[in-house]
Write a protein that binds this ligand. Structure first.
Ligand SMILES: Nc1ncnc2c1ncn2[C@@H]1O[C@H](COP(=O)(O)OP(=O)(O)OP(=O)(O)O)[C@@H](O)[C@H]1O
Length: 644
């Protein structure tokens, strides 16, 4: 045995030095990666590494819902191979074994060799192995006996295949391994086919689970299999765009050089000779042998089955919905075409259960819009519950949102807590600053959205809940997804429809808004307000970085300090007066003497503070980058790196 290990190490060294080998290319490429990239020494043997229990729990918690769903697939596969000496491992995308089924009689051997719960099979740690190399390449493969990099693993045969998320990223790896096997690698051929078949089943189950309320289209070359075991599965939103897919669908549809994520958002009718509205025919009206559609690129015919979203009882639109906007939405804007278009589209969705996502800078009125949507809907008589995800401490967010049973954790009150989601039952839950929600809460929120159930902390049984979720953010969620701090599956659930509330400086109805807010204050205070021309000019000239909130505050201040209801320039808050001058500064004006209230000095200060980053300064001052550039030219401000 020691000789075999020595020969193995010799071969590894030769291959890593570039000498050709008869082994599969995927194996030799991995050996070279282990030496060149992972800096593993072929002569050093490493025992299997099993994560401590607490760390394993973190890995398991992060994919809790997926694990529950995949368990059935694991058990079904284990039944197929029971008695043949195989153990089954499901690892996360880092190679940590988060689920495991093995023969109890071999428990000690399995644990020692790392075929066990908590074992880390990342290629960087374990060397060439089925799980690690599958993660590194995205390919299904068998790593048989001396294919392993580390001589410690030579007795094993391991076969693994990737399981992808319905949004494209790697979700998990399914592995089937044995402590002993015949020498020829071909002996594992059936194991490879089985693992591939089960990863496909798990992917499909995950997709159906994630998109229970969307159109799901199943396609197969066989009429009989389209329903029961389709090859290609896709989820579509109401506009017919792809929002989820299985790996085979990606292989079928992706163009040259396209990544998995590129398929998201593609129009179904661009890829197939079929519109989303035609899918209804594939549900029941056509005989099964006529339920075919064709791939546009190649003309390939495929049999189709479609699962429609569950029917939602939408009450007949009220009279006012038919032409004009519902009153609460109407009250949000004057004659601004961009905002009007947003409100008109939103009005059509008030009574759907679709989750909505509202984008916009701070203070633009995202919560105001969410409330107006709630008040315009049939849920108006039920609660509107707003949660600021950024303001809730991470430790409290779960108990605040999901509630808890009496005494379920240290610090829990003796009466327990209902939780904000259940408080909103029947009404609307507004999740402000959703981009700041911690990942663990995102996982639980996803389950609430998918299953319409909440499980309060300390309770084993879920409680069903009926909420309309509207989320808002001023952050770029796609960037957060790329950075790994926001779940892509939650994003796809939330963005049933996306609205962007324009910043106040871009709105064409500022005068209307000022009038409206003053009229509201007049009614509140029992006094009529008039605004003098210079004061109005200052309001018009301001950049409003704080948007409507800043305007509301400015007018509240002006109403409080003005005399006899006449708002003069001096009644406007200082910063607004000043930046009014700043914005309206004539191009030919002489450069003013330095003074901290001076716009040139202020701009220079902001730029210096933000290391001369024009975009950051524009954000800080609530104006466009072009305004900053223009004003730098006007005031002769030159960044230090351009001085020479
Ligand atoms: N169209 C509007 N008409 C009247 N008041 C408005 C309008 N839009 C916003 N407001 C008022 O402006 C203030 C800020 O609005 P809101 O809280 O909805 O903004 P937001 O975009 O949710 O802010 P943040 O991102 O900071 O949470 C509130 O006092 C709100 O009542």
């Amino acid at each position: 045995m020691e000789n075999a290990k020595a020969a193995h190490i010799n071969e590894l060294v030769r291959v890593s030095e570039g000498i050709a080998s008869k082994r599969d290319a995927i194996i030799t490429a991995s050996w070279r990666r282990c030496v060149a990239d992972h800096k593993l020494d072929p002569t050093v043997r490493r025992e299997a590494y099993i994560l401590p229990h607490e760390r394993l729990c973190l890995h398991r918690d992060a994919m809790d819902e997926f694990l529950r769903m995949a368990r059935f697939g694991l058990e079904a596969l284990y039944h197929q191979v029971a008695g043949m000496g195989y153990a089954l491992l499901l690892t996360d995308s880092n190679g940590v074994t988060v689920d495991f089924i093995g023969d109890r009689a071999s428990d000690d051997d399995l644990r020692r060799t790392g075929l066990y719960l908590g074992a880390d099979w990342n290629e960087g740690r374990a060397g060439t192995c089925a799980v690690g190399t599958c993660i590194a390449t995205g390919e299904a493969l068998t790593v048989h006996q001396t294919d392993h990099f580390d001589a410690t693993h030579i007795p094993l045969t391991c076969t693994a295949a990737p399981v992808f998320h319905s949004g494209g990223g790697l979700a998990a790896v399914l592995d089937i391994s044995a402590l002993r096997s015949p020498e020829p690698k071909i002996s594992q051929y059936l194991a490879l086919q089985l693992v591939k078949a089960y990863t496909h089943k798990i992917e499909n189950a995950n997709l159906y689970n994630n998109f229970r309320r969307e159109w799901v289209v199943k396609l197969s070359a066989s009429q009989e299999f389209a329903e029961v075991d389709p090859d290609f599965v896709m989820a579509l939103d109401g506009a017919g765009r792809i929002i989820g897919f299985n790996h085979r669908a990606w292989q079928l549809l992706a163009g040259e050089g396209e990544g998995r994520e590129d398929l998201i958002g593609r129009s179904f009718s661009d890829l197939f000779d079929c519109q989303v509205d035609d899918l209804v025919r594939f549900v029941r009206s056509l005989p099964t042998d006529q339920r075919t559609l064709h791939l546009r690129r190649s003309g390939t015919p495929l049999f189709a089955q479609a699962m429609p979203p569950p029917a939602i009882a939408v009450p007949r639109p009220r009279k006012e919905d038919e032409g004009n906007l519902p009153k609460p939405l109407q009250a949000m804007c004057g004659d601004d075409p961009a905002l009007k278009a947003v409100l008109t589209r939103a009005a059509k969705l008030v009574n759907t259960r679709m989750s909505l996502l509202i984008h916009g800078e701070t203070g633009t009125g995202k919560e105001h819009l969410a409330k107006a949507l709630h008040q315009s809907s049939v849920r108006a008589a039920k609660p509107f519950v707003a949660v600021n995800c950024a303001a809730l401490p991470e430790a409290l967010i779960e108990s605040e949102l999901f509630g808890y049973e009496p005494g379920s954790f240290t610090g829990a009150t003796s009466r327990g807590k209902k939780g904000l989601i259940l408080e909103a039952d029947g009404g609307t839950l507004f999740l402000d600053e959703i981009g700041d929600m911690p990942l663990s809460s995102q996982t639980r929120l996803l389950r609430v959205l998918a299953e319409r159930e909440v499980t309060p902390i300390g309770r084993t049984k879920a409680v069903s809940v009926d909420v309309r979720v509207i989320a808002a953010t001023h952050r770029d969620l796609v960037e957060l997804i790329k950075a790994g701090t926001f779940r892509d599956d939650l994003y796809f659930r939330l963005n049933g429809a996306v609205f962007t509330v324009p910043p106040l400086r871009q709105r064409g109805d500022l005068d209307w808004l000022i009038d409206r807010l003053l009229a509201e204050r007049a009614e509140r205070d029992g006094i009529g307000y008039t605004i003098a021309a210079p004061a109005l000019a200052a309001l018009r000239a301001h950049g409003w970085p704080g948007n409507v909130r800043e305007l509301v505050n400015a007018l509240d201040y002006a109403c409080a300090v003005c005399t006899d209801g006449l708002i003069e320039l001096m009644d406007i808050p200082d910063p607004v007066q000043r930046s009014g001058v700043f914005e309206a500064w004539p191009a030919s004006a002489p450069t003013p003497a330095p003074d901290s209230a001076d716009p040139a000095v202020r701009l220079r200060e902001v730029l210096r503070r933000l290391h001369w980053n024009v975009s950051a300064a524009a954000r800080d001052m609530g104006v466009d980058r072009s305004t900053i550039h223009r004003q730098m030219r006007r005031f002769g401000i030159v960044p230090p790196h351009r001085l020479d």
